[in-house]
Design a protein around this ligand. Structure first.
Ligand SMILES: Nc1ncnc2c1ncn2[C@@H]1O[C@H](COP(=O)(O)OP(=O)(O)OP(=O)(O)O)[C@@H](O)[C@H]1O
Length: 410
């Protein structure tokens, strides 16, 4: 089959009208034969063209099917670190921060620059450059394949660790226990308490222990400006979890979408309400003994809409308080494990002096003490460094009460 057949010229024959009849008849016969030949050639070309059209149609169908498969398989989000020559690109995957060198098609290479966010497939080939909207959605979630935090790094809240393990870890690790006894595990777990007490750490440690993907979204991210965006993000969140189960969904600042309804109903309130309804309907829709567990956290328990605490929703409440004296000592020890601490450091005394401190504040205290050692040209942190760090923090706090992290909860 010729791909670009040339169209035969139209036969032309000048027939002299003065020719004798028999010669003119002969010439006309020849002309007729030329026309028949051209007609045959054209029919043949038409058949070839039909055949080619059929082949092209099949190819289009195949490409369309491939395209659909590509679109339906899940893609990962990555950031372009560097664009090299030979159409090679270094990307860093979100969540696990893995850096990879990958090829990219010439069609896409012209569109990308370092810093752009892209969607990559299982073999890290860049599929698309994300536009601003998809980008915002992807960025609002933090996804970690298996967080590194372990229970051993959490101090002073042993009882809460035990309760979380029972309510979240056990249904994931030993679902048959619940089957045998014939009870449903809690649907959702709500951790409440002051900021910086280890709520996020707890959720991450469960994901680590159960080898689950940790998917975090802040409630404030769900309160979007545009109608429908919040509920769409909630749908995305659960979809992401279904794609990666076992998974722990962690919604921080749940109060942002689940505050008690105010008297005045503005359109903004209605939108927040819709987002919360979407969350509740997603929770109703999943299997309590399944592979997805949901944990939420809040510093503003008093403000919560009680509707979210009904059975089948966030029906296990765990208070995570500030650590007591022994807890503070434990946390101090945890956060100084990797530090070069002098023998004179008296953790028990420091625990006495840090009444009211959260775990996060104790962590800052340790870092601050380390800074004092560096300032004094030492590589060992002494008790005096901790004392000076404490004084500095107290001074900073008294001049900045409103922004102190514990403000709302006190
Ligand atoms: N109980 C704890 N044991 C050890 N470290 C802690 C503890 N609580 C907090 N920290 C330290 O403080 C940091 C912040 O804690 P985390 O994010 O878990 O607090 P949170 O309760 O989720 O706070 P927020 O309500 O502000 O989100 C942790 O990364 C950890 O270093």
């Amino acid at each position: 089959m010729s791909r670009s057949p040339s169209i035969p010229d139209r036969p032309h024959r000048d027939i002299d009208p003065d020719l004798p009849d028999d010669e003119r008849l002969e010439a006309l016969r020849d002309h007729y034969q030329d026309l028949v030949d051209v007609n045959d050639q054209l029919s043949e070309q038409l058949d070839d063209a039909d055949e080619r059209r059929e082949q092209l149609r099949e190819r289009v169908d195949r490409i369309e099917r491939e395209n659909e498969t590509l679109k339906s398989s899940s893609l990962y989000i990555a950031t372009v670190e560097d664009v090299l020559e030979n159409e090679e690109v270094i990307v860093k995957q979100h969540g696990n921060n893995q850096e990879v060198l990958t090829d990219v098609s010439p069609r896409i290479v012209e569109q990308i620059e370092p810093g752009d966010r892209v969607a990559v497939n299982d073999s890290f080939a860049i599929q698309t450059v994300l536009n601003a909207e998809t980008d915002a959605r992807a960025q609002s979630m933090e996804i970690t394949e298996r967080p590194e935090v372990t229970y051993a790094e959490i101090g002073g809240i042993d009882e809460q660790v035990r309760e979380v393990r029972e309510a979240v870890e056990q249904p994931l690790a030993e679902p048959e226990l619940f089957d045998e006894v014939g009870i449903e595990p809690p649907s959702g777990v709500l951790l409440y308490g002051p900021p910086g007490t280890g709520k996020t750490m707890l959720a991450k440690a469960v994901a680590n222990e159960t080898d689950a993907t940790f998917i975090k979204m802040a409630g404030s991210e769900l309160v979007r400006k545009f109608i429908g965006e919040g509920s769409r993000l909630v749908r995305d969140l659960f979809e992401m979890a279904r794609e990666r189960e076992p998974a722990i969904i962690f919604i921080d600042e749940i109060d942002a979408i689940a505050t008690r309804r105010s008297e005045s109903k503005t359109s903004g309130d209605a939108e927040v309400q819709r987002t919360m309804m979407q969350l509740l309907s997603e929770m109703d829709g999943f299997e309590a003994r399944g592979e997805i567990r949901i944990i939420a956290a809040t510093n503003r328990f008093d403000m919560l809409d009680r509707a979210i605490l009904r059975p089948g929703r966030f029906d296990r409440l765990i208070e995570v308080p500030k650590p007591d004296r022994d807890g503070r000592e434990q946390i101090l020890e945890i956060h100084t494990r990797g530090m070069n601490v002098a023998d004179d450091v008296d953790f028990a005394a420091l625990a006495d002096d840090t009444e009211g401190y959260s775990g996060a504040e104790i962590e800052s205290l340790s870092t601050e003490a380390g800074m004092f050692a560096i300032r004094n040209d030492r590589n060992e942190v002494t008790h005096q460094d901790f004392v000076e760090a404490l004084e500095k923090i107290e001074e900073d706090d008294s001049s900045d009460v409103i922004s102190s992290p514990g403000y709302f909860y006190q």
